[in-house]
Design a binder for this molecule. Sequence first.
Ligand SMILES: *[C@@H]1O[C@H](CO)[C@@H](O)[C@H](O)[C@H]1NC(C)=O
Length: 422
Amino acid sequence: LKYQWRVTFNVSKHKCVTKDCVCCNWETCPCADCKVDLAFLMDGSWSIGKRRFKIQKDFLAEVAQAINVGVAGPMMGIIQYGDDHVTEINLKTYSSSKEVKSAIDKIVQKGGLSNVGKALSYINKQYFSDANGNRGGAPNVAVVLVDGWPTDKVEEASRLARESGINIFFVTIEGPDDNEKHNLVEANFVDKAVCRTNGFFSLPVTSWFALRKAVQPLVKRVCDTERLVCSKTCLNANDIAFVIDGSSSVGTGNFRTVLQFVANITREFEISDTDTRVGAVQYTYEQRLEFAFGQYNNKAELLNAIKRINYWSGGTSTGAAITYTAEQLFSKSKPNKRKIMIVITDGRSYDDVRAPALAVHRQGVIAYSVGIAWAAQDELEYIATDPDKEHSFFVDEFDNLYKFVPKIIHNICQEFNSQPRN
Ligand SMILES: *[C@@H]1O[C@H](CO)[C@@H](O)[C@H](O)[C@H]1NC(C)=O
């Protein structure tokens, strides 16, 4: 069962709704779907004043209530920024909304400027570290509350934070009007800081007294984990399918080397349901789904599953294996993931590989081929996405396979980084 979020008009009486629209209360419904690591950057600058600072605290308390903080769901932390930034609440310190709310109540305004960029650098480098409670499998979300506009630049710090996988939201309160725009340190700072996805990551609020109304829309968005996709890196944004030749010519010992190769590539990625997912197919004349995308959602289990793949032994139908992989794995790929196929083979295929390869390329799959020993160069090139020299590799011995691990990772990342994003 998968649960979706819905916050009803009354924040304290939120409900979650299953896909079949069955409503249930928090008590009866395992609403763990809003599993995010959520940090708020609150504005502590002098310009905001005492009264509005209090409104900000009330807002944060309402958000804490609405998201239902807990170790199985969202964890929430707060950083206050001014001239400098102070960590008010660490991500892992409190595991209930009640505790977070009483900690918010004790926050004292620090004063100073509005150095948002500086605070964003801090969250990127330190706040979302594992030691501070970053859970890995939960998306990182930072919500920046800004009274008016920042006093430093935010573009660069935001970009770096996004590239390391942090989803940045901006809630701007009483932002600059036309007469004030010349005061800005950086024009259109919100657009420069967030992903350009139809305003999903920005929430302009016209007055402090209207801030309460932003609680529900904000909670809905930060819990919409399927849409927290633009802060992606080459290591966390893929569905990777390994297509492994299990034909007789490979042999037991070499097959183990191939599995090591698969494991060594896998190890480099960030593995979870919201990050990179890995699936595997072994083939001879026939095909076998060893495991599907998302079947193993942490690295340790996944590496174990790779190790447990049993050598099959038989013929070599690489073309059929590619078609099977498209049907069994890529058809279940999430729309926001990059589809990567890595075919590993040691011989010429008994069937045609060209047409099946072309078909998966057309479906947006980025295909790599790794040939060993008797693998056919022409087939490796058919399988590989263009340009071939970046997607196709050949080694004469299984013992040299390990050399291509860093090369493949490098090429996957280079290709990712060269594509336009956001
Ligand atoms: C996999 O990694 C291990 C540890 O770094 C290394 O000893 C081994 O040679 C690698 N094997 C392959 C096939 O990549």
